[in-house]
Design a protein around this ligand. Structure first.
Ligand code: MLT
Length: 411
């Protein structure tokens, strides 16, 4: 007889975006004549930049030659890509990161999910609420939570840090000691950001309590304001306490191609039960060598091309396109008298559901009456209740049409 990992039984019925996809599929099947516009999951719609496509063609041809063929690559990623990341994403911002502190992967979802492997089960985890569900679910799967309290919609043993309009979407420091802190800025789902001073408080907290910050900056390329940090390593002391996740998905349209990376400075340390210091870089390297055979060469070549002059120009065009969509959404909501947040340094607009409706009630109204799909705030956590997320990753045409429908019908 085999026994299951019972932690999985503690998970909620289904992953948020699968639930939405199922609801939408059912509606479309029953209403084939309706044109449903999807502004739910943050999936991109602009084609992959030409520079990346050309790099992939070239890499594919190379693979077909005796001299250019590549088998297994380095598990941690090819040097050419690690070097490009160090130079562009960090050195240009005055941040000193070494190549062997970068690990290339098939995306930030896997990295933010898999990172739990290198942490003890006993660690106390803090997450913002609402939150990208992967951080919470993977900690539940690995046994770091207690039971789910269905009345309150929270897990025992997880420290929830509310982010709502009441605190201007800035999480307050936990009143109890926590060991692992998940922060995502620009934030998914609220689209809001923290200033350097605000982030400094978290780094200081982590240093004081010997905690680790798991910093997801997958949306940094969408920052438009100067004083907003792109990397946690812009903050003094962060190289001792923070692991950073980055992704090419939203930055360069790689949601279907898959490539991301995690940065683990060698100075980031954890402890054994008897107090011995161990570097997380070493543990992640060991885990990567055992469980991963590296992202594909062709995809890493495409990622490298993101940093070429042409690549940079092309990704900026796409990012501007999405941020223009965000502007259209924000202005549409204003005209419809709906309060909103975010959408200035992030491709997400977080709106306050009007008339005291719940997030899922609003989801149904939007789907059935306006044929527009968004993401219910409560799906990201109990403090997301009464909020709703729209993504700016749609096509221009669909974004305009969705906002016209919302303005026309009113909510
Ligand atoms: C989202 O919609 O929150 C994201 O697209 C999900 C993801 O990046 O996995």
């Amino acid at each position: 007889m085999s026994f299951i990992n019972e932690n999985f039984l503690e998970l909620q019925e289904s992953y948020l975006f699968s639930t939405i996809a199922k609801k939408v599929a059912k509606y479309t099947e029953e209403n084939p004549d309706k044109k449903v516009i999807k502004l739910g999951i943050g999936d991109v719609t602009r084609p992959i930049p030409k520079a990346c496509i050309e790099a992939m063609h070239k890499a594919a041809d190379e693979m077909g030659t005796l001299e250019g063929f590549k088998g297994y690559g380095p598990e941690q990623g090819y040097d050419f890509l690690r070097k490009a990341i160090v130079n562009h994403d960090y050195k240009l911002r005055g941040i000193d990161i070494a190549e062997d502190e970068i690990f290339i992967s098939d995306g930030a979802k896997c990295d933010t999910g898999n990172i739990v492997d290198i942490f003890a089960k006993e660690n106390v985890v803090a997450i913002t609420d609402p939150v990208y569900p992967v951080y919470l679910d993977t900690n539940v799967m690995s046994g770091r939570s207690g039971k789910f309290n269905s009345k309150e919609g929270i897990y025992e043993n997880i420290v929830y840090l509310p982010v709502t309009s009441e605190n201007d979407f800035k999480p307050e420091l936990p009143t109890q000691k926590v060991d692992m802190i998940y922060l995502c800025f620009p934030n998914n789902p609220t689209g809001t950001v923290l200033s350097k001073e605000e982030l400094q408080k978290w780094v200081d907290y982590a240093k004081k309590n010997k905690s680790i910050i798991l910093y997801d900056s997958a949306y940094e390329a969408f920052i438009t304001q100067d004083d907003v940090p792109h990397s946690i390593y812009e903050i003094e002391g962060a190289k001792d306490v923070a692991i950073e996740f980055r992704s090419f998905s939203k930055t360069a349209g790689f949601t279907g191609l898959r490539c991301g990376y995690v940065v683990i400075p060698k100075s980031v340390k954890g402890y054994t039960k008897d107090g011995k210091e161990v570097g997380y870089n070493k543990l992640w390297n060991r885990r990567t060598c055992t469980k991963f055979n590296g992202a594909s060469y062709i995809v890493q070549k495409a990622a490298e091309a993101v940093y070429s002059e042409e690549g940079q120009k092309q990704i900026k065009e796409n990012i501007n396109y999405y941020m223009e969509n965000a502007r259209i959404i924000r202005e549409g909501l204003e005209e419809a008298n709906i309060k909103y947040y975010g959408g200035i340094n992030a491709p997400y607009v977080w709106l306050k559901v009007p008339d005291g409706k719940t997030s899922w009630e609003f989801f149904d109204i939007l789907l059935q009456d306006m044929n527009v799909v968004g993401t219910p705030g409560s799906g990201f956590g109990p403090h997301g209740e009464g909020y709703f997320r729209l993504t700016a990753f749609g096509t221009r045409e669909n974004t305009i049409e969705a906002m016209e429908r919302i303005k026309r019908k009113g909510c």
